[in-house]
Design a protein around this ligand. Structure first.
Ligand code: CP
Length: 325
């Protein structure tokens, strides 16, 4: 039985921060996915609790709501033996005028070595990375990136289709405001997938093709050639004007339902980052039916976040001996 996760060779991963997938190479993305697979394998043989981060403290700083990301980062840190400090903006001293950076520096002063940060402002984790000694993991920043979501989406796809080269992945929905879309685009294209972004023309950013993707506002046209569909939520909280007449029209043209599924490949992989809005981006029978990997994504998110914490903490404290189980 292994006493610790498979070692990552020096040079394979050298970052204490994980701020986005845009700046990573395909090899670095693959290192994280391999490490996550190793954690999943260890869990499958009963090696659930590891001691790789014993003695370290992780700060879970959420300035925006979260169910999946916050919970799984917290569980991931505990599975690796670290202590966790959970911070949520509501009820904090932000309401007394304390700044974002001062808040994080005060939490760091309690002995936190690695911060997990979600914020409504694009670039907020990058700002902290410049002001803290701690490593920073981006848990979603504004409309910019959500790298661990992109990684867990890719991990889940690869469990079914190990080679992404030539695979057609269609991202459907609010591409303009979606940080999940951007992290998926960076990660998937670096690993060789063909990516189509699809949604109302008003929600497709101008010049999005420059990121190496195809854009199409007709889901019925692209569905027959799609191997994997990722249904993104309409980000109402980030929309400052009306981008389509009503949710009814959105669902009519872009919602995945049994009727529309008749146009899809029989083994279509169905992803959605959650939270899902049943009856909007997909119907309940599709969300809970054959081909839906929505809860697999959540399960895999734990192992992906364990891998990210493990690798970044190790890179931030290279002389620290990794403990065994
Ligand atoms: N997918 C995702 O980020 O979910 P939460 O907002 O619940 O963390």
């Amino acid at each position: 039985m292994p006493l610790s996760p498979a070692p990552v060779s020096p040079g394979q991963w050298a970052h204490k921060h994980l701020l986005g997938l845009q700046s990573l190479t395909a090899e670095e993305i693959t290192v994280i996915l391999r490490q996550a697979a190793e954690f999943k394998r260890l869990a499958s043989i009963g090696e659930v609790k590891l001691a790789s981060l014993n003695g370290l403290t992780i700060g879970n700083l959420f300035f925006e709501p979260s169910t999946r990301t916050k919970t799984s980062f917290s569980l991931a840190a505990k599975r690796l033996g670290a202590d966790v400090v959970d911070f949520t903006a509501s009820g904090s001293s932000l309401s007394k005028g304390e700044t974002f950076i001062d808040t994080a520096r005060n939490i760091e002063a309690m002995g936190v070595q690695q911060m997990v940060v979600r914020h409504s402002s694009s670039g907020a984790p990058h700002l902290l990375a410049r002001h803290l000694k701690a490593g920073v993991l981006n848990a979603g920043d504004g409309t910019h990136e959500h790298p661990t979501q992109g990684l867990l989406d890719i991990f889940t796809i690869r469990e079914h289709r190990p080679d992404l080269k030539g695979l057609t992945v269609t991202l459907v929905g609010d591409i303009l405001h979606s940080r999940v879309a951007r992290s998926n685009i960076w990660g998937l294209t670096k690993l060789g997938a063909r990516v189509i972004v699809c949604g109302p023309a008003t929600l497709l950013p101008p010049y999005i093709e420059r990121l190496g993707v195809e854009a199409n506002d007709n889901l019925d046209e692209v569905l027959p050639e799609t191997d994997c569909i990722n249904l993104l939520r309409i980000q109402s909280e980030r929309q400052r004007s009306a981008f389509f007449p009503s949710l009814y029209e959105y669902t009519h043209f872009y919602g995945l339902n049994a009727e529309r599924m008749k146009r899809a490949k029989p083994n279509l992989l169905i992803l959605a980052p959650g939270p899902i809005n049943r009856g909007v981006e997909l119907t309940a029978d599709v969300a809970d039916g054959k081909g839906s990997l929505i809860l697999d994504q959540v399960t895999n998110g734990l192992f992906v976040r364990m891998a990210c914490l493990y690798l970044c903490c190790k890179a931030g404290r290279p002389n620290r001996q990794a403990a065994g189980r």
